[in-house]
Design a binder for this molecule. Structure first.
Ligand SMILES: [Zn+2]
Length: 457
């Protein structure tokens, strides 16, 4: 008879007044396991392409070295390891029954001058969860696989999610011809990395079906810290609009053109930046950012002739995001009209929001509640592999509080106690899912996506 590890009884409040988690309320071994994850994050941070900072792009010796460490940890956690055609590392832990596995994991590549937790934390927490099963000689009713994606950040080839896009058979031939800064094509990089470039475009030969994907990731924002919560359950991954805006007027001599005869696009842009801030503040759940702006031609004694700027708008509700974008375009046209300025407005990207699977997310929320922590659901403003994988399977995500919301930076940090809570929550999630499956024929019995078993065709 399949046995679950014992559940604790009702727990005392886990979160201290200062927001730290009280170790005494965690299972006795959770801190030890959290400590191991922290140590492993530190060990992986040694593998970098740059001596004085962490930079680990796809297909590099440093990624290979990180994968070698992770593969060894996977094997000692009872998993068999393999590398797929693009170089993702996958560890599999059999279940009591065969069938599509539940996939846990994250990525091992990094941005330039990265922190040591973005991606790695999710892979190592997943290994900790499987290790726990292995040490207790427990098999869940379904197989579990831990994936360490080889490319999520897109640092080398400037295209994100290569690893997960391959996994679902969503790469096309244009990707193979992408070149890095040294002129090396992705096709060449795949071969050098020990992958199989000729298999990348043939989903039938590489197809991989999985029952669901659950990723633990640091929050990369300040919300959980603000709420003094160690972990949060992701409700959706926000949709994103990227818009190229340009205000064009008349360049001129800063000394000779009177103020009332000017058509200065920088003034219009300044008004617009403030309008963006105000509109996003008034639209609950929205964030909008002007991240790049230039005054052309750009000289201290020249009235600008053209001001291009970028607009990034995100919301977990696509309807509200589109509405906000339309409102901002109307504002921009009104500002330009009042100042006799021309407006360029070009939508560069429109990435729909991805809702996390309600059934998996509810189980994850139950698991967080069982750790004794308050459950808080929040959207992810950043993209993750779950966006890609949601095309073929239900996804869920657990966020871990990150110190001061800092990410993609060497100061990126999570606490040992929060990591321990995340491990505890995922243990409980797996037990809950197993229990649910025992009540039904497969992972989908709990109401997960109908097409979860479908391949990528
Ligand atoms: Zn990440």
């Amino acid at each position: 008879m399949f046995r679950f590890w014992p559940r604790r009884g009702p727990t005392a409040p886990t979160v201290a007044a200062d927001g730290s988690v009280l170790p005494g309320s965690l299972p006795s071994d959770a801190l030890t396991r959290g400590q191991r994850v922290m140590e492993r994050c530190n060990l992986l941070a040694r593998h970098s392409e740059e001596a004085d900072r962490l930079t680990r792009p796809y297909g590099t010796p440093s990624l290979r070295a990180a994968q070698n460490d992770v593969a060894a940890w996977m094997r000692s956690a009872g998993m068999e390891t393999r590398q797929d055609a693009i170089g993702n590392l996958i560890g599999s832990y059999p279940g009591r029954h065969s069938g599509p596995p539940l996939l846990l994991g994250s990525h091992l590549d990094t941005v330039r001058d990265a922190g040591r937790f973005d991606g790695m934390l999710g892979v190592l927490v997943a290994i900790a969860v499987v290790e726990h099963l292995h040490q207790r000689n427990e098999r869940l009713p379904f197989p579990v696989e831990v994936v360490a994606f080889a490319d999520e950040e897109g640092l080398r080839f400037h295209t994100a999610y290569l690893g997960s896009r391959f996994l679902i058979g969503a790469l096309d031939s244009t990707v193979l011809a992408l070149r890095d800064e040294a002129g090396v094509t992705l096709q060449e990089a795949v071969e050098v990395f020990g992958g199989n470039a000729s298999a990348l475009l043939f989903p039938d030969s590489v197809s991989y079906s999985f029952a669901g994907y659950v990723e633990c990731h640091l929050e990369q924002g300040p919300v959980l810290e603000h709420l003094q919560l160690p972990v949060g359950v992701v409700s959706a991954i926000a949709g994103q609009s990227r818009i190229a805006v340009a205000f064009s007027g008349q360049a001129g001599h800063a000394g000779t053109v009177p103020m009332d005869l000017r058509r200065d696009p920088l003034g219009a842009a300044a008004e617009f930046v403030l309008a963006v801030e105000e509109a996003a503040r008034e639209c609950e759940g929205a964030v909008a950012t002007v991240g790049q702006i230039a005054a052309e031609p750009g000289a201290s004694n020249v009235i600008p002739g053209r001001v291009p700027l970028t607009l990034d708008v995100r919301h977990q509700d696509d309807v509200q995001r589109h509405e906000l974008c339309r409102h901002l375009e109307t504002e921009a046209r009104a500002i330009a009209g009042r100042r006799a300025i021309d407006l360029g407005w070009r939508i560069v990207e429109d990435q729909p929001a991805v809702a996390c699977d309600p059934a998996l997310t509810a189980l994850l929320a139950d698991a967080v509640a069982a750790t004794g922590c308050p459950v808080h659901q929040l959207p992810s403003g950043a993209g993750h592999d779950a966006v890609t994988l949601s095309a073929i399977a239900p996804v869920a995500m657990l966020f871990v509080r990150c110190v001061r919301g800092i990410s993609h930076h060497p100061d990126e940090s999570v606490s040992l106690e929060d990591t321990a809570v995340a491990i505890d929550a995922l243990d409980r999630f797996m037990a809950g899912l197993a229990q649910k499956q025992m009540a039904g024929p497969d992972l989908q019995a709990g109401g997960c996506a109908e097409d979860a078993r479908a391949g990528p065709e």
